[in-house]
Design a protein around this ligand. Sequence first.
Ligand code: ZN
Length: 175
Amino acid sequence: MRISDGEFDDLDFDAGIDDSIDQLDQFWMKRALLQAVAAQQLDEVPVGAIIVRDGRVIAEAHNGREQLRDPTAHAEMIAITQAAASLGDWRLERCTLYVTLEPCPMCAGAILLSRIPRVVFGASDPKAGAVVSLYRLLNDSRLNHCADVVGGVLGRDCGELLTRFFAAKRALGKK
Ligand code: ZN
């Protein structure tokens, strides 16, 4: 897997919302990518998430659906639970969630319920994304919370990890 610096000229995916690439966001996204790689090594769909507050990581997790036999064990859900336990508060104020894949409707709901003010994701998810792709749940004025969103941070690296994972699965004749 390539997690590279200085090669942003050739990014060819659609960044979605924000074309500017912030160095700090890249730094933290690399850490979320390490979680995604850890998931892959467990034969889990490689998605990783971390939660950062005041420059400190308070949660890091990866998708654990197979190991935990739990359909809700997405990386974001586990990280949000960890962060709330770490803070002793369900309100995750001043937190940024970094996740390698655009959150699904369930995770976007959890982001809203936990009051996370900022979400940075890597690859967009045209089939299940609820932040920019299918829905824009984090920016819906009918709901009582919104979050700032930055998409496409190391999006190609995040997406290639997933693409290769599913290609390998197909090659093995599994679903
Ligand atoms: Zn999810």
